[in-house]
Design a protein around this ligand. Structure first.
Ligand SMILES: [Zn+2]
Length: 75
């Protein structure tokens, strides 16, 4: 009496596992093009006040205001 129930549960669990293992289709294509600052991707640090001042040097300072550049975080 209990065996069909166990098999049913096993099938259900394997179905859930297969479903969870599937990659989310929207995650790959949903990323829109980045902000208009096309050059920002090259540099990893930018001035908090002047977003157009970008540098790959983690110790760089903004040439406009002299502030220490902060790491760019993708949003
Ligand atoms: Zn600045």
């Amino acid at each position: 009496m209990s065996r069909p129930v166990v098999l049913g549960i096993a099938a259900l669990l394997s179905g859930i596992a297969a479903c969870a293992a599937k990659p989310a289709p929207q995650a790959t294509n949903a990323a829109p093009p980045a902000a208009p600052t096309s050059n920002a991707a090259a540099g990893k640090y930018q001035c908090p006040m002047h977003k157009d001042q970008v540098s790959a040097d983690p110790n760089a300072h903004c040439p406009v205001c002299g502030m220490h550049m902060v790491k760019v975080t993708d949003k």
